[in-house]
Design a binder for this molecule. Structure first.
Ligand SMILES: C[S@@+](CC[C@H](N)C(=O)[O-])C[C@H]1O[C@@H](n2cnc3c(N)ncnc32)[C@H](O)[C@@H]1O
Ligand SMILES: O=c1cc(-c2ccc(O)cc2)oc2c(O)c(O)ccc12
Length: 235
């Protein structure tokens, strides 16, 4: 990464022309106005690249509209692209427990969430994610009560988030993990990977291996954005 910008573009699985084609043909024309507005608002942020890729976002919105979740968790909010798309996709009485250590980032996108009329669905928790998840688990009402979770925070902790989310999700509940291909580095030999991707590559490879071996879940990985792995809790 140079000035916060990774050298590998999003949509690295396709040629740049093909990725642009997908965005122009069916992602941007279907992207709700508030999400366009939030993306534009975030574009000048030095860490804009962290926002969920709109093509992966479209898949998450599709999933959410299919399962109609009443209780969801988001780990890693930033300026709120994935949070707003969740809020726009779940029922009016659905709730999102949204966890991020930075309220400042969340507040950048908050006016757009308010204007879209979906703030009532959001309970924002400013905290490190692990203690926040443990705190949720301290209340036994939360165990096995969530329909959906989206994880897009510090990649080295995904395995720790997974253990907690398995307890918070209902059986048949769904969790989606972003960045499971970490700019394509997971499939490259270490010596061909730029230094700035090496640490994330190691933790992502270990995480992907742990998910593949986890008998509690069904999984698939979609090569959208930076790679997104979707799991369903089986028991
Ligand atoms: C990739 S961004 C999230 C992008 C967001 N999903 C979106 O669509 O814009 C990662 C976020 O995780 C937060 N984060 C990183 N490590 C964290 C931790 N240990 N606990 C809580 N939040 C964390 C950062 O503050 C940052 O806002
Ligand atoms: O370039 C990034 C960096 C992150 C990132 C780094 C460190 C953290 O503690 C959290 C997140 O996340 C990204 C991301 O989610 C993405 O979709 C693209 C790029 C990056």
């Amino acid at each position: 990464m140079d000035n916060g910008k990774p050298t590998e573009p999003k949509g690295f699985m396709q040629t740049e022309e093909l990725f642009e084609y997908i965005l122009k043909t069916n992602v941007y024309p279907r992207e709700p106005e508030p999400l366009k507005e939030l993306r534009a608002l975030t574009a000048s942020h030095p860490w804009a690249v962290m926002g969920t890729s709109p093509d992966a976002g479209q898949m998450i919105a599709f999933l959410l509209k299919t399962i109609c979740p009443k209780k969801t968790i988001e780990v890693g909010v930033f300026t709120g692209y994935s949070l707003l798309l969740t809020a726009l996709s779940i029922p009016d009485d659905g709730k999102i427990v949204a966890i991020d250590m930075s309220r400042e980032s969340y507040e950048i996108g908050l006016p757009v969430i308010q204007k879209a009329g979906v703030e009532h669905k959001v309970e924002f928790i400013e905290s490190m994610a692990l203690p926040a998840l443990d705190n949720l688990l301290n209340n036994s009402d939360n165990e096995g009560s969530f329909d959906f979770a989206f994880v897009d925070a510090d990649k080295s902790n995904y395995i720790n988030y997974h253990e907690r989310i398995m307890k918070l999700l209902k059986i048949n509940g769904i969790v989606a993990y972003d960045n499971t291909l970490w700019f394509g580095s997971v499939a490259k030999p270490e010596d061909l990977v730029l230094d700035e991707f090496k640490e994330g590559r190691i933790s992502t490879i270990a995480f992907n291996k742990a998910l593949a071996a986890d008998p509690r879940i069904d999984i698939f990985t979609a090569p959208l954005g930076d790679g997104i792995t979707v799991c369903r809790r089986l028991y």
